[in-house]
Design a protein around this ligand. Structure first.
Ligand SMILES: [Cu+2]
Length: 362
């Protein structure tokens, strides 16, 4: 009987721990069919347009400096060419190239101007960002658009059709709200890509649509601390500023096409072409001091290192637990990767049922 109890405790622990260690990163960006590969966290960096982050773990805390572009984000060597109205596809992956592990929470897209020179050495830590798109549940009571990313589809975003030419960072962000029923439970996954927009449009945000990141969010914002996150009929309030008017305004946050199981193509495409107000800041922010050599990595806060420490600890705990288990259970470890939650859940449910029968029968 004691053996069964120990087994039961192990299984419960594995079940509780492993989703926590399931995180990920932006592995690829595709612009009008042309793909740019990102560097996995920790990998020797190769030329990319996606700024490499140091770990697949999330940024924790709305005021964490790494909210800017991800954990200790580094400058990338390349820039991707794009044009107003282009379709972008953000392909997020879990660690070990598994599917993205989460399906709860919105996805938001911001941009900022790198000024007159290329984004390759642009420090965005004090930059002013504007929002061009945001998606939540695909319909009232329906799944989150993020669900499609979990199923292996990229998240689709369309550049505003009137976007003025220039050097931009595009910041695609997934919010993991699976723990958002507690204050501080939200997981932030921002990823910055360096693009150069061509054309001769004149659109841009107005001054009051610009925000700092961190700065635009608070840990107690209704869309970040959300006790009703698992209630499908509950309304959701996006954090941060509204979608910039020239990018379609708030309408782009709710107009979605297709269901999440078929495509993550949520909104984006709804840039309505409202002509820009023309007061988009054309010079780079004064805080972007020419001598600043580091990216946001220099401002990596202790809280983010703690976050990574905790995540690594959790991974270690899970794997050492796994190595302790007897060989009969080794297949459980094999299916404990992030994108087989459902399958593992049903296997575990079956095992629990069997254990309960054994228990009752003994
Ligand atoms: Cu995660």
């Amino acid at each position: 009987m004691r053996k069964i109890l120990i087994l039961f405790i192990f299984l419960s622990t594995l079940f509780l721990l492993s989703p926590v260690s399931a995180h990920g990163y932006l592995a690829q960006l595709t612009i009008n069919g042309k793909s740019y590969t990102g560097n996995a966290p920790g990998a020797q960096p190769t030329s990319s347009v996606i700024r490499q982050v140091s770990d697949i773990s999330p940024v924790k805390g709305a005021s964490n400096p790494d909210l800017n572009c991800g954990l200790s984000a580094q400058f990338a060597a390349d820039v991707a060419d794009a044009n107003p109205g282009d379709d972008l596809a953000f392909d997020w992956r879990g660690g070990d190239d598994q599917n993205w592990p989460h399906n709860t929470g919105p996805m938001l897209t911001y941009m900022t101007s790198c000024g007159s020179s290329s984004c390759t050495t642009y420090n965005s830590s004090s930059s002013k960002w504007f929002k061009i798109q945001q998606v939540a549940r695909i319909s009232t009571g329906g799944p989150w658009a993020q669900e499609a990313v979990m199923e292996g589809f990229p998240a689709n975003v369309t550049l505003p059709s009137t976007l003025a030419p220039g050097n931009y960072l595009i910041r695609h962000e997934i919010l993991g709200l699976q723990g958002a029923v507690s204050v501080g439970g939200a997981e932030f996954y921002p990823a910055c890509s360096q693009i150069k927009v061509g054309g001769s449009q004149t659109g841009g945000p107005s001054e009051d649509e610009l925000v700092l990141l961190p700065g635009a969010y608070s840990d107690t914002d209704p869309g970040i601390y959300d006790p009703n996150v698992y209630d499908p009929s509950a309304s959701y309030t996006f954090p941060g500023p509204p979608v910039a008017a020239f990018a379609g305004g708030d309408a782009s946050g709710t107009s979605v096409s297709g269901d999440a199981s078929a495509s993550a193509s949520a909104a984006g495409s709804s840039s309505t072409g409202i002509s820009g107000s023309g007061d988009f800041p054309s010079s780079s922010p004064s805080s972007n001091s020419p001598g600043s050599s580091g990216s946001s990595s220099s401002s990596s806060s202790s809280s983010s290192s703690n976050t990574q420490g905790v995540c690594k600890l959790q991974r270690r705990t899970t794997s050492s637990l796994a190595s302790d288990v007897n060989s009969d259970l080794s297949y459980l470890v094999k299916v404990s990767n992030p994108h087989t939650h459902k399958r593992r859940r049903s296997i575990l449910t079956g095992l629990f049922r069997d254990l309960a029968l054994v228990y009752r029968g003994s």
